[in-house]
Design a protein around this ligand. Structure first.
Ligand code: IPE
Ligand code: IPE
Ligand code: MG
Length: 245
């Protein structure tokens, strides 16, 4: 079977949105929503591994999120560093290999070290690759890839750019999920989503459970990915010129 059309996506990418609203509904500070978001991520990682998903890429902090109130930004940084340190043993046990994806400049030493330690501690694991996009923007990724090619004097081709992007170690996402009800990309994987399928959920990220994940995967499984071809070509039934005359 063509892996691009198999029923379980090889690579799922998620815009984990809605933590703030989840907290506001409960009259809690926004950070309580982010904390609950980490729990939801832990559940999601396990569920993806159990379903045979091989790559999970999550948007945890965007280049634009720096403009949020200072206490929310610092709270998110601390949460990230702590969650990584805490989760490493369980991630390792579950065969998860963690990759940090994003711009390291601008992050504190503590966060950078936490990210590096999580990567080093999980480097040999092969069941699920977890890409954590942190201080990440799709435009940043394309620009840094172009800058890397320019610095090496390499021609700007699609293949060279692809190889220089921050997600060059994995195939493009098959399925992109955005929770929280918004239907926009918000500077997530601009280069890599050229032929991804999209699923938008009204669930707030902390409420995105296994059943919601299964709903997204079922929606994906019911689609025909054509990659610019005709439906007949995809199904292996080339239209015959003779019959069309
Ligand atoms: C997503 O939740 C997490 C981050 C952007 C860090 P939000 O914090 O954007 O939650 P809402 O959209 O305000 O509900
Ligand atoms: C996207 O969510 C970024 C992350 C989930 C990390 P935002 O909440 O920042 O997106 P907008 O501002 O609603 O577009
Ligand atoms: Mg949001």
């Amino acid at each position: 079977m063509n892996p691009a059309n198999s029923s379980v996506p090889h690579h799922i990418a998620i815009v984990m949105d809605g933590n703030g609203r989840w907290a506001r509904k409960r009259f809690l500070p926004r950070l309580a929503g982010h904390r609950q978001g980490v729990e939801s991520l832990r559940r999601c990682v396990r569920a993806c591994a159990a379903r045979g998903v091989r790559v999970l890429t999550v948007f945890a902090f965007s280049s634009e999120n720096w403009s949020r109130p200072a206490d929310e930004v610092s709270g998110l940084m601390e949460l990230m560093a702590k969650a990584l340190a805490r989760e490493v043993p369980e991630l390792s046990r579950d065969g998860v290999c963690v990759h940090f994806v994003g711009e390291k400049a601008g992050l504190s030493d503590g966060v950078r070290q936490g990210l590096a330690q999580a990567e080093a501690a999980t480097v040999g694991n092969t069941r699920l690759t977890l890409n954590v996009c942190f201080n990440y923007g799709g435009r940043w990724d394309i620009a840094q890839a172009a800058a890397a090619l320019a610095a090496r004097g390499e021609p700007i081709t699609e293949a060279n750019l692809q190889a220089a992007t921050a997600l060059a170690h994995v195939p493009d996402p098959d399925l992109v999920i955005r929770t929280g009800g918004e239907m926009r990309i918000s500077n997530f994987l601009l280069w890599q989503t050229a032929y991804s399928e999209f699923f938008f959920s009204d669930r707030l990220w902390p409420d995105f459970d296994e059943a919601a994940l299964d709903e997204a995967i079922a929606s994906y499984a019911a689609r025909e990915r054509r990659f610019g071809l005709t439906s007949e070509q995809v199904q292996g039934q080339e239209p015959r010129e003779a019959l069309r005359a």
